[in-house]
Ligand binder design. Structure first.
Ligand code: 5GP
Length: 188
């Protein structure tokens, strides 16, 4: 396989979405759209942000082996549809934006997957970013901040970590990693 399966993780609010938008704007990547059982937030679009499905639909897809990986966090299921990723990988690099448990499952199934974790410059900055998003209650925000500690505790299992201090710099760093990895694959 000459194409990259890129898994981007990092705590909520670290800016993964913006980074991915910038990467997609450069072209050549397919972004996997996950399924989730959580409620749609303001500003989200069905089929673009997520496929918003019921718990029953999700569990049926699990039974049918329809997920490359899935996990249950924040009281909801989140999963990567297998078919889309496998089809796209035939012709393009594919980006998954998923949390650590899912990412490590992908690595087990596809050891060639490239795991990149985006880190916040500091935790207070992250707290501010999360609060600014304004889509969650204070309790939910706290829950997500606790989850941050867990996610960060897994960073040594990632192939790369990049700090999102300055957006364009961070995107450039990721692009360099991808270029290098792509080159290495050519010689496999
Ligand atoms: P949110 O509810 O803020 O959209 O996402 C919460 C977390 O779920 C984020 O860390 C996001 O990366 C993760 N996530 C989104 N889609 C998937 C998926 O398909 N699988 C897994 N394991 N995590 C996902």
């Amino acid at each position: 396989m000459k194409n990259l399966l890129i898994v981007l993780s990092g705590p909520s609010g670290v800016g993964k979405g913006t980074i991915i938008k910038k990467l997609l704007a450069k072209g050549g990547y397919a972004l996997s759209v996950s399924c989730t059982t959580r409620a749609m937030r303001a500003g989200e679009t069905e089929g673009k942000s997520y496929f918003f499905i019921s718990k029953e639909q999700f569990e049926n897809m699990i039974k049918e082996n329809g997920f490359l990986e899935y996990s249950n966090h924040f009281e909801n299921y989140y999963g990567t549809p297998r078919k889309f990723v496998e089809e796209q990988l035939e012709s393009r690099d594919v980006i998954l934006e998923i949390e650590v448990d899912g990412a490590l499952k992908v690595k087990q199934a596809y050891p060639e997957a490239l795991l990149i974790m985006v880190l916040p410059p500091d935790e207070n900055e992250l707290r501010n970013r999360l609060k600014k998003r304004g889509t969650e209650s204070p309790e939910k925000i706290e829950e997500r901040i606790k989850r941050t500690d867990y996610e960060l505790s897994k960073k040594s299992e990632y192939d790369y970590t990049v700090t999102n201090g300055e957006l364009n710099g961070c995107v450039a760093l990721i692009e360099n990693i991808l270029k290098k990895e792509k080159e290495a694959k050519k010689h496999d």
